[in-house]
Write a protein of this length. Structure first.
Length: 432
């Protein structure tokens, strides 16, 4: 999900959703308040670069240019953080690794040879004209909406005051609140237009920032390749750990019980003619052992892949897990369509393990499960009111769940401060 921006929200959501969405107001604040920062970038770069170039013949300019380069890279880092806060755009640092050691000249040469350094400079130069246009557009829309909505109140509070507008060469005088009432719905329309505009302009600004401040396509492919290699390795480890668990459960559970059944049957056959009563008791014991083995095998099969998950989907399977839990669990599953089987399986085991840990280790008295769809992702959240302190330590149950999620390039996060509450969240992709 890194390096993305929600460019479809303005078209997908109605005005009410836009009004309630914090991203709308973060974008509006950025477009209004970023203009002074862009002006500062432009003036600072113009002064520093001019002085550095003008004094380069006496070598002072070389040092000045090096310091200016460090400053504009720092400003680019600030811009990445601001765009993440304003538009939800997550940009990884695109810079090449600097040479080791304390040789400042080598480090500076490496910075100068890095294309990302010059893309930073280009972005900072473009910020001023972009910020100016964004500021003018935003200020015009918001001020017009405010002026139209408050026009009747302005006329009412200014006794004897009036306004006039020119339409088609004719002057129309507005000197009482009743006359100006039509301006209110017009202002609300401009207000809605302003909300859509800031989302669209914010998405465009985020796209420019992603291109100039984010990793190049080659760098993104390298990072993606490393992520896939790590996910594959963790998926293989998780599968191997699951195989060992199944072997251990079979050996220590059903296999031992079936062996006992076989021994009881053998002893019963030997005593069938000489001691029918003892043989009958051994047969009853073998029958009871066989039923226990069936229960053990059924539980093992449920642990591999529950039948209810295949037949009825995630909602029914999670409800069954919640019903078997040793604490009250509130379940909310909102999935318009069924996700892939691998996603359903991983979500099921995450919820099952999290609820087991909540009852067994966290001493929780209440838990909740929420599963929703966010575009191409299934988001699973399990919360409890236990003592907290849960960690995904290597070899532990939570680490195993993280490995399961990583097998399909998913992400598992654990937020469990000491004292609680604990929130386990898994973001599972539905396409890969």
């Amino acid at each position: 999900m890194n390096g993305t921006v929600d460019t479809s929200s303005s078209g997908r959501h109605g005005p009410t959703r836009l009004l309630k969405d914090p991203l709308t107001w973060r974008s509006a604040a950025y477009l209004l308040l970023h203009f002074p920062l862009g002006l500062a970038y432009f003036i600072g770069l113009a002064v520093l670069l001019s002085v550095s170039v003008g004094t380069i013949v006496i070598w002072v300019g070389v040092l000045g240019f090096a310091l200016t380069m460090i400053l504009w890279r720092g400003a680019a880092i600030l811009e990445r953080r601001l765009m993440h806060l304003a538009f939800g755009v997550e940009l990884r640092a695109p810079y090449r690794a600097l040479p080791p050691g304390n040789n400042l000249l080598r480090k500076w040469r490496a910075m100068a040879a890095d294309p990302a350094t010059w893309k930073d400079l280009l972005y900072l130069i473009l910020v001023f004209p972009l910020g100016t246009a964004e500021f003018v557009l935003s200020l015009t829309l918001w001020s017009t909406a405010l002026w139209l909505v408050t026009m009747p109140a302005w006329i009412m509070t200014n006794h004897g005051g009036y306004l006039y507008v020119t339409i088609g060469g004719h002057e129309i005088w507005l000197d009482d609140p009743i006359t100006t009432l039509p301006a209110v719905p017009l202002g609300l329309g401009v207000f809605v237009l302003a909300m859509y505009a800031v989302r669209i302009v914010g998405a465009a600004h985020g796209a420019i920032g992603r291109y100039l401040l984010g990793p190049s396509e080659t760098q993104a492919l390298r990072v993606r390749t490393a992520q896939l290699q790590a996910s594959r390795a963790r998926g293989v480890d998780a599968a191997e750990a699951e195989r060992r668990r199944i072997e251990r459960d079979l050996h220590d559970g059903a296999q031992q019980q079936l062996l006992a059944v076989a021994m009881d049957l053998g002893r019963a056959r030997a005593k069938l003619e000489t001691d029918p009563v003892a043989a009958q008791e051994l047969l009853q014991q073998a029958h009871a052992g066989a039923k226990e083995a069936i229960v053990e095998l059924r539980n093992l099969a449920r642990g591999i892949y529950p039948a209810i998950l295949t037949d009825r989907g995630l909602d029914a399977a999670i409800s069954a897990v919640a019903a078997r839990a040793h604490l009250p669990v509130e379940v909310e599953v909102d999935l318009p369509t069924r996700p892939p089987a691998a996603v359903e399986s991983i979500a099921y085991f995450i919820v099952s393990e999290a609820l087991t840990n909540a009852a067994k280790y966290a001493r929780a008295t209440q838990a909740s499960v929420q599963i929703t769809r966010d575009q191409n992702w299934v988001v699973v959240e399990v919360a409890d009111n236990g003592v907290g302190g849960a960690e995904a330590t290597p070899g532990g149950g939570l680490a195993g769940l993280a490995d399961r999620a990583a097998g399909i390039d998913g992400i598992l996060t654990v937020n469990s401060p000491v004292g609680g509450p604990t929130v386990i969240r898994a973001d599972l992709p539905c396409v890969w």
